[in-house]
Design a protein around this ligand. Structure first.
Ligand SMILES: [Cu+2]
Length: 139
C-alpha cells in the first residue's frame, strides 16, 4: 500500500518531464527527443543553387537570375546541388565589400545582408564558365 502511493507520487513528479505512467517501465527516463533540424536563416529573397545554376525566385538561371531588394534586406542561397559550390562576388558597388561563401555542400546555406545600394554580380568559383553573372540590385 505504502509503496504504491510512493510510486504514484514519484511519477506525478516526473510527469512534468515526460514520465509515462503506464506500468512497471513508467519510471524509465524517456528517450531524448531527436535533435531539431536547423531551420534555414530568415531571408527576404532566396536563390537556389543547383549543380549547374543559380536560380532566382522566378526560376531564372545564371546570367538571367536577378533579384532586386531594398538596402538592409537579406539574401539567402540554398545549396541543393550534389556538387560543392560557392557564392562569390565578381563586382560590387563602390564602397561595398566583396563576398565569398567558401565551399557549400548540399543542405548548407549562405546569407548576406546588403546595405550598400547598387549592383552586385556573383559566380561560383568552382564552375566559373556556367554558374556566373547572377545579379542582385540593392535599391
Ligand atoms: Cu558551382
Amino acid at each position: 500500500m505504502k509503496r504504491r502511493v510512493f510510486l504514484t507520487n514519484v511519477c506525478s513528479f516526473i510527469a512534468v518531464f515526460g514520465c509515462s505512467s503506464d506500468g512497471p517501465t513508467g519510471n524509465n527516463p524517456p528517450p531524448p527527443p531527436p535533435p531539431p533540424s536547423t531551420p534555414p536563416p530568415a531571408a527576404d529573397v532566396v536563390f537556389k543553387i543547383e549543380d549547374d545554376a543559380f536560380v532566382d525566385p522566378a526560376g531564372n538561371r545564371n546570367s538571367d537570375a536577378t533579384v532586386t531588394i531594398n538596402a538592409g534586406q537579406t539574401v539567402r542561397w540554398d545549396q541543393t546541388g550534389s556538387n560543392v559550390h560557392t557564392v562569390t562576388s565578381t563586382s560590387e558597388p563602390s564602397g561595398a565589400s566583396s563576398f565569398d561563401s567558401g565551399n557549400l555542400s548540399n543542405g548548407q546555406y549562405f546569407t548576406l545582408t546588403l546595405t550598400t545600394t547598387g549592383t552586385y554580380v556573383f559566380y561560383c568559383t568552382l564552375h566559373p564558365s556556367t554558374m556566373k553573372d547572377s545579379t542582385i540590385i540593392v535599391q
